[in-house]
Design a protein around this ligand. Structure first.
Ligand code: KIV
Ligand code: NA
Length: 277
């Protein structure tokens, strides 16, 4: 199985085959999802919410993204690994953005980076691409702009906003982005953007016309019964499975049936054990 590259992803769009992306935050999940057929593993700054328990992605730091990126990269064999640029790692200047993108590559061992925003970040995208680091864009409901958006609200619903998002998509492509995430976008707008670009779009809450799809792994696996937005489908009930497994373990410990002989070690035959006095 050949390693997936940014060129593989462009060819998938050209041949009409869907791109499969999923988030991962550690080596064990990366290995499982890679072997499960992921084309792309995204080390998302969503880790602020699902790993750290924060109520937004804003507190996530570069050091944390580097740490998780390195872990995911060790677990990925075939999949292309993308590292998210966290809040304030690329907004201040293109120079800081290049430095931080470089850390995700050299220390986190990712194959590309992702950042949120449109035409206003075209120069930043261009600067990172100039450093030979491929960039994935991210438009629509961009969680790092939660305060500007006034909440996690679907973007691009009216004609003006839709036109601006299409312009942003074209600006990112012109700046050298190799793909882009469309998040929380009406499916008609996502279709128009997808048809207007040569580079692939990867949707989350953006309908079926995108060139690929992405979900947060904990969401698709059903880890949090209290989080059920419209765009998430649960393909498993790990919350239920984990609860059941843990309960069975605790029951057996309390009943004294675990560990049994099969899960215990025996001393070497014939040795004399000294009894403590
Ligand atoms: O951080 C993340 O998980 C993401 C995806 C939802 C696209 O950016
Ligand atoms: Na993200």
């Amino acid at each position: 199985k050949d390693k997936v590259t940014i060129h593989t992803l462009k060819r998938l769009k050209q041949s009409g085959q869907k791109i499969c992306m999923v988030t991962a935050y550690d080596a064990t999940f990366a290995r499982i999802l890679d072997e499960g057929g992921a084309d792309v593993l995204l080390v998302g700054d969503s880790l602020g919410m699902v790993i750290q328990g924060q109520d937004s992605t804003l507190p996530v730091t570069m050091d944390q993204m580097v740490y998780h990126s390195a872990a995911v990269s060790r677990g990925a064999k075939r999949a292309h690994v993308v590292g998210d640029m966290p809040f304030m790692s690329y907004q201040v200047s293109p120079q800081e953005a290049v430095r931080n993108a470089g850390r995700l590559v050299s220390e986190g061992n990712v194959g590309s980076v992702k950042l949120e925003g449109g035409a206003e970040f075209a120069d930043t995208v261009r600067a990172i691409v100039r450093a030979s680091i491929p960039v994935m864009g991210h438009l629509g409901l961009t969680p790092q702009s939660v305060h500007k958006m006034g909440g996690y609200v679907v973007q691009g619903r009216d004609e003006d906003a839709a036109r601006r998002m299409l312009d942003d998509a074209l600006a990112l492509e012109a700046a050298g982005a190799y793909a882009m995430v469309l998040e929380g976008v009406p499916l008609e707008l996502a279709r128009t953007i997808t048809q207007s670009l040569k580079i692939p779009t990867i949707g989350i809450g953006a309908g079926k016309h995108c060139d690929g799809q992405v979900l947060v792994c904990y969401d698709l696996l059903g880890m949090n019964p209290d989080f059920k937005p419209k765009f998430v489908k649960r393909f498993a009930n790990l919350h239920g499975n984990i609860t059941e497994a843990a309960n069975t373990f605790f029951d057996e410990v309390r009943a004294g049936t675990f560990p049994d002989e099969d899960h215990s070690f025996k001393a070497t035959k014939g040795i004399r054990l000294v009894t403590p006095t």
